[in-house]
Design a protein around this ligand. Structure first.
Ligand SMILES: Cc1cc2nc3c(=O)[nH]c(=O)nc-3n(C[C@H](O)[C@H](O)[C@H](O)COP(=O)(O)OP(=O)(O)OC[C@H]3O[C@@H](n4cnc5c(N)ncnc54)[C@H](O)[C@@H]3O)c2cc1C
Length: 484
C-alpha cells in the first residue's frame, strides 16, 4: 500500500488531518482500528471554545485570541506548567477551525458563557458530537481519502532515519505495510484504556478505573516512544463519578445532523417555550454527565448496588466504589435535598445548551437515571438493593435521611475521561526526540500530540483535536516526497 500521507486514527484529529492533507494535494490513507471512525470525539459532549467566530459576530460579541490565551490560564490552579507555544497555536487557529467545521455542515449552539472566560466563547455542537464525525468523514471521502477500518497500526517503519510508513494488522492479517511518500500523522487518542500506562504514569487507582472509551490504548504514544519520543504531563488526567450513559439513546439524539434540519432545530431552540427546549436538549445528551459534588456536601449518600454505603470525600474518584461488584452506585437523598436541587444555584449537573440541569430535568427527561418512592424499602426495590441494607445505610449516614419521599439518581460509576499525556511536539506538530530534534516526517495531533498542553476548561480538547489535526495534515502534505 502507498500514499503521500498516512494518518493513524479516525477521530476528530485524524479526519481533520486527512481532509487538510488531501486539500493540499496529497493522496491520503487513513487507518482506523475500529469498524467505524469516531473515537472519543464521537462520545464527547461536543463543546468547542473559540473566539472571533461567525457565531460570536452574530451575537455581537467582540473578542480576540489574545484574551482567550490569557483566560485559559485562569483554569489552572495547581501551578502545573502549560505549553505556552502550543496554547498560542490553539488560540490563534481555533477561530478558523470553527468556521471551517461550519463550512463542512457542522452546526452549533452558542456562544455560551463559561466563566472564568470573560466573554461567551463556548460553542456546543448540534445535535450530538457524532455530527463532527458525520460531516468530516463525508468530506474526507469526497476528497478521495482512503479510509481503511479494522486496521490497527502497530509500528512505524523507519528507513535512513526517516519515518517512511506504518505496519498494521487488519482483520486477522498481521504486519501489513503501508508506505508514505511525505509523512505520517499520529492521531490515535489517549491511553485511558491501557492499565499498564495508567499504572506507570498516573496511579494504581487510575489503572483500575474504567475508561469511557475502551479503545484508547495509547498505541500512538508507544509507537513514537519506540523511536525515542517522550510524553509530557503524563499524570495529568480527568476522572470521577459520572452518570452511566443511556442504554437506548432517545429518538431526539438519533436525529441526523443534516445542515437544513439543524437550522430548523436552532430556530426552534431560539423561539420555543423554555420547558420544551430543555426537554429537547436533555434528549440530546447521550454522553455521560457529571453529578455535582455539592449533592454529597448537602447530605446525599452514595450506595453501591450490593448495599454498601460508600464514603465520598473531596477526591474526584471514589476509589471504594471501584472495588465493589460492577462498580455501580446510586446517589440517594430525601425530600429536603430534592427541594434544594430544584433551582439555581443548586444544580444536579451541567448540561450542554441547557447550561444547568436540575432534579426535575432528570425526572422528566432522563428516566433511566431517576427513581422515587415514598419509603426507603420501596426505593431499594426499584434499584434492586437489599432493603435492610438500604435502611441501615441511611440510618448510619452522617446526615440521616428522614423526609419522604426518597430519591435516587444513578447508576453512577467512576470513569477516567481522558489522559493529557501527549507526545512532545514542535509548534509545527513534528514529534520530537529526547534531544528536542524533529523525528523526520512524523507528526502528531489531538490527545496523542498534546505536547504538555493542559487544555483545562470546557471545549479546549476538541478545539485542539480539530486544530492540530488540520495543521498536522497540512504540514505533512507540504513536505517534498521522498526520493525512493
Ligand atoms: C465523556 C467525554 C466528554 C468530553 N466532552 C468534551 C467536550 O465537550 N469538549 C471538549 O473539548 N473535549 C471533550 N472531551 C475530550 C475530547 O473528546 C477528546 O480530547 C478528543 O475527542 C480527542 O480527539 P482525538 O482525535 O485525539 O482522539 P479520538 O477521538 O479518540 O480518536 C482516536 C482514534 O484513533 C483510533 N485508534 C487508536 N489506536 C489506533 C491504532 N493503533 N490504529 C488505528 N487507529 C487507532 C481510535 O479508534 C479512534 O477512532 C470529552 C471526553 C469525554 C471522555
Amino acid at each position: 500500500m502507498k500514499a503521500d500521507v498516512i494518518v493513524v486514527g479516525g477521530g476528530g484529529t485524524g479526519l481533520s488531518a486527512a481532509i487538510e492533507a488531501a486539500a493540499h494535494g496529497a493522496q491520503v490513507l487513513l487507518l482506523e482500528k475500529n469498524p467505524r471512525p469516531g473515537g472519543t470525539t464521537a462520545m464527547s459532549v461536543g463543546s468547542l471554545t473559540a473566539t472571533r467566530t461567525a457565531y460570536q459576530e452574530r451575537a455581537g460579541v467582540v473578542d480576540e485570541p489574545q484574551h482567550h490565551y490569557e483566560d485559559i490560564a485562569l483554569f489552572s490552579k495547581d501551578g502545573r506548567a502549560d505549553n505556552d507555544t502550543l496554547r498560542r497555536v490553539l488560540t490563534e487557529n481555533v477561530p478558523e477551525t470553527v468556521n471551517w467545521l461550519s463550512s463542512l455542515g457542522v452546526q452549533f449552539l452558542g456562544p455560551l458563557e463559561d466563566p472564568p472566560h470573560r466573554k461567551p466563547r463556548m460553542h456546543v455542537v448540534l445535535p450530538t458530537s457524532r455530527s463532527y464525525i458525520y460531516h468530516l468523514e463525508k468530506h474526507a471521502r469526497k476528497l478521495g481519502v482512503q479510509i481503511v477500518t479494522n486496521a490497527r497500526a502497530r509500528h512505524l517503519i523507519v528507513s535512513n532515519g526517516e519515518v517512511t510508513g506504518v505496519e498494521f494488522d487488519q482483520s486477522g492479517t498481521t504486519a501489513v505495510k503501508a508506505y508514505a511518500a511525505r509523512g505520517v500523522v499520529l492521531a490515535s487518542g489517549d491511553y485511558t484504556a491501557n492499565p499498564d500506562m495508567k499504572r506507570k504514569y498516573i496511579s494504581d487507582v487510575a489503572a483500575n478505573t474504567e475508561p469511557i472509551n475502551p479503545n484508547n490504548t495509547g498505541d500512538g504514544q508507544q509507537m513514537a516512544m519506540e523511536l525515542g519520543a517522550n510524553i509530557k504531563n503524563a499524570d495529568s488526567h480527568s476522572a470521577g463519578l459520572r452518570f452511566v450513559a443511556p442504554a437506548n439513546p432517545s429518538w431526539i439524539s438519533r436525529i441526523p445532523p443534516w445542515r437544513g434540519l439543524m437550522g430548523v432545530v436552532k430556530f426552534a431552540i431560539r423561539y420555543a417555550p423554555p420547558a420544551l427546549v430543555r426537554k429537547f436538549i436533555m434528549g440530546f445528551i447521550t454522553t455521560v454527565t457529571v453529578p455535582a459534588h455539592e449533592l454529597f456536601n448537602s447530605g446525599a449518600m452514595l450506595i453501591a448496588k450490593n448495599g454498601v454505603r460508600i464514603p465520598v470525600d473531596k477526591k474526584a474518584v471514589v476509589a471504594e466504589l471501584t472495588k465493589q461488584p460492577e462498580g455501580i452506585g446510586y446517589i440517594v437523598f430525601d425530600r429536603t435535598i430534592a427541594d434544594k436541587f430544584s433551582k439555581w444555584p443548586h444544580f444536579v449537573s451541567t448540561a450542554p445548551g441547557v447550561a444547568y440541569a436540575y432534579l426535575q430535568d432528570y425526572e422528566q427527561n432522563r428516566r433511566d437515571l431517576f427513581s422515587k418512592s415514598d419509603t426507603l424499602e420501596g426505593l431499594a426495590g426499584l434499584l434492586g438493593i437489599d432493603a435492610v441494607k438500604m435502611k441501615e445505610a441511611a440510618a448510619t449516614h452522617a446526615a440521616p435521611l428522614r423526609e419522604a419521599p426518597y430519591y435516587a439518581l444513578g447508576p453512577v460509576k467512576n470513569y477516567i475521561n481522558y489522559a493529557d499525556g501527549g507526545l512532545i511536539i514542535s509548534e509545527r506538530l513534528e514529534v520530537l526526540d529526547a534531544n528536542g530534534r524533529a523525528i523526520p516526517r512524523l507528526f502528531a495531533g489531538g490527545s496523542v500530540g498534546q505536547g504538555g498542553l493542559l487544555l483545562r476548561g470546557h471545549g479546549h480538547h476538541l478545539g485542539w483535536a480539530f486544530t492540530s489535526g488540520r495543521l498536522a495534515g497540512k504540514y505533512a502534505a507540504q513536505l517534498s516526497p521522498r526520493s525512493s
